[in-house]
Design a protein around this ligand. Structure first.
Ligand code: UGA
Length: 432
């Protein structure tokens, strides 16, 4: 591998992971972020995101001189390749808001040297890379799509061990630059930019469809005496289906699946192509709070509007401190609106964005036993493994007669029954 001079714009989950991993691969990397405080922290070796292995790589890159941080793009003028990793949030109509990408491209067009490759890692709608390519062509810059498939909480692992690398360009030399930088990988697919861009949305939408299907099946299981765990175990053993993303839960969330399903539907509308499977997956997901509220109404011994509820888990999935678009908070907010008092505990509570907890009317309590005190129901919303290790007898003493509604089927039903708690699983025989 030949080391190159790399740049990364945007130090979020994707950008910072990309920067520290490129530096680890021996590329001198300059990572730019508009937030000067964030840049200062990063220069001091302090990461603002919670990813296993990332703080070590950050310190290693800084100490080895392969990683630098800057608060503007001007210093990227000597870079061979620059990865754009800025957010593309949902607009009101579901479309991806490209203003951050466009601003960065405008800046880079005036900074990068002729021959540089500008790589769009941000998730962008079909047609964006070609449009950006036209914008920067007169400066001799090539634009390439390289969608990122890493998962939060496994970001460094996924960067080092990607299932596939997708490179969207019709310029063979630019494709070789990008694959060279990222490392040659058996599953490297070079395709036109439109296919690369769409493959990202299509993948996230398929994951959403898969989970919503499991959530619909769980509802069916709950009413016909079947057990979703057995049903998905059987389905997942079929190699054509696979076992992943079939776990039922409170619904899918996070910063990607909701926004990317909205954006692909927007693309479909503009192209006059219906995508009913994705529409349906979003409808199923949107109905999850009502489904859970209905299950609680059946299980509670007091009316929901007078109930004291404890939410166990507030992040959108385990292993992260991210609460953006967290189903746990969506459900907490819906239950609060229904009149219930909701307290919440999360193993990463101290690191969570407290303003989002306030907006959901969830009162944080930094101790699971205190959070459960006097609860009428304890609702497991995030699959943190440590919830299995709680002293459920002590919780039963704090909340006598409480029902535990386990949306993730995380806990051991028999252990909870032994502790004296009523247990309701999701799509199980004694469940909802
Ligand atoms: C997702 C994709 O998995 C990544 O491949 C992609 O790169 C990323 O979006 C992105 O576009 O940046 P992430 O948002 O980190 O990654 O989260 P996931 O692990 O996909 O989980 C999404 C949601 O689905 C979570 O709320 C999770 O709890 C839920 N989920 C997942 C289930 O309810 N059941 C499952 O079986 C799996």
């Amino acid at each position: 591998m030949t080391a190159v001079r790399a740049g990364v714009v945007g130090a979020g989950y994707v950008g910072l992971t990309t920067a520290v991993c490129l530096a680890e691969r021996g590329h001198h990397t300059v990572c730019v972020d508009v937030d000067p405080d964030r840049v200062e922290q990063l220069r001091n070796g302090v990461a603002h995101i919670d990813e296993p292995g990332l703080p070590e790589l950050l310190r290693q890159g800084l100490a080895g001189g392969t990683l630098e941080f800057a608060s503007h793009c001007a210093g990227l003028d000597d870079r061979d390749v620059v990865f754009v990793c800025v957010p593309t949030p949902s607009g009101p109509d579901g479309s991806a808001d490209l203003s951050a990408v466009d601003n960065v491209v405008d800046e880079l067009a005036g900074v990068l040297a002729a021959g540089a490759v500008l790589v769009l890692k941000s998730t962008v709608p079909v047609g964006t890379t070609r449009r950006v390519g036209e914008r920067v062509r007169s400066a001799g810059i090539r634009a390439v799509s390289n969608p990122e498939f890493l998962r939060e909480s496994h970001a460094v692992y996924d960067f080092r061990n990607p299932d596939r690398i997708v490179v969207g360009t019709e310029d063979a030399d630019a494709a070789a630059v990008v694959t060279g930088v990222l490392g040659n990988h058996a599953q490297t697919f070079v395709m036109n930019p439109e296919s690369a861009e769409l493959s990202k949305y299509a993948s996230n939408a398929f994951l959403a469809v898969k989970i919503s299907y499991a959530n619909s099946l769980a509802r069916l299981c709950g009413t016909v005496g079947a057990d979703i765990t057995d049903v998905t175990r059987s389905m997942g053993a079929d190699v054509r289906i696979g076992p992943h993303f079939l776990a039922p839960g409170p619904g899918w969330g996070g910063s990607c699946l909701p926004k990317d399903t909205a954006a692909i539907l927007h693309t479909g509308r503009r192209a006059c192509v219906a995508l009913p499977e994705i529409e349906s997956a979003r409808r199923t997901n949107a109905a999850q709070p009502d489904h859970i509220a209905a299950a609680l109404r059946r299980a509670l011994r007091v009316p929901l509007h007078r109930a004291r509820l404890t939410a166990l888990g507030l992040t959108f999935k385990a292993g992260t401190s991210d609460v953006r678009d967290s189903p746990a908070l969506t459900i907490g907010a819906a239950l609060s609106r229904a009149g219930a008092t909701v307290t919440g505990y999360d193993p990463r509570l101290g690191a969570l964005d407290q303003s989002r907890l306030r907006a959901a009317a969830v009162t944080p309590v930094d101790d699971p036993y205190l959070a459960a005190k006097d609860a009428d129901a304890i609702v497991v919303l995030t699959e943190w493994p440590e919830f299995r290790e709680l002293d459920w007898t002590a919780i039963a003493e704090q909340a006598p007669g409480a029902v535990v509604l386990d949306t993730r089927n995380l806990l051991d039903a028999a252990a909870l029954a032994d502790a004296g708690l009523r247990y309701v699983g999701n799509g199980t025989r004694s469940g909802y």
